[in-house]
Design a binder for this molecule. Structure first.
Ligand code: HEC
Length: 101
């Protein structure tokens, strides 16, 4: 192998490793975020607040945009979640969808 070939090979390997590690990490991120930012009020399964049970159709029928709005801006006694990236908010919306019963 020529020196330049070796460099290309190493860069390609570094990319492959980075992609392999970043994909599953991103999928897990929202559940970690939910645990650290939401579960203390809503419970791990979303059912802790009786009147605002995230599993119920009242919440599940909300649009993605409405859910993103509540998560980003808060609502009533729920505080706004600061410092979330757009993909974090999207991940949390997807996560709330997984709580449906
Ligand atoms: C400090 C406690 C608290 C935290 C933290 C919190 N929530 Fe809430 N959440 C509430 C309360 C209280 C309501 C009801 C707000 C209202 O309608 O007055 C609510 C409402 C909601 C609703 C709308 C449900 C409805 O019935 O209107 C959604 C969706 C929701 N929360 C998701 C989340 C997510 C996702 C997170 C994490 C990013 C989160 N919440 C963090 C307390 C909290």
């Amino acid at each position: 192998m020529k020196r330049s070939d070796l460099r290309v090979f190493m860069i390609a390997t570094a990319f492959a490793v980075a992609i392999t590690f970043s994909l599953p990490a991103r999928a897990q991120d929202a559940s970690g975020l939910y645990k650290s930012r939401c579960a203390m009020c809503h419970g791990a399964d979303g059912s802790k607040l009786d009147a605002h049970n995230l599993q119920t159709s009242d919440v599940q029928k909300m649009s993605d945009a409405d859910l993103s709005g509540v998560i980003t801006n808060g609502k009533g006694k729920m505080p706004a979640s600061h410092g979330l990236k757009p993909e974090d908010v999207k991940g949390l919306v997807d996560y709330v969808r997984t709580l449906k019963k």
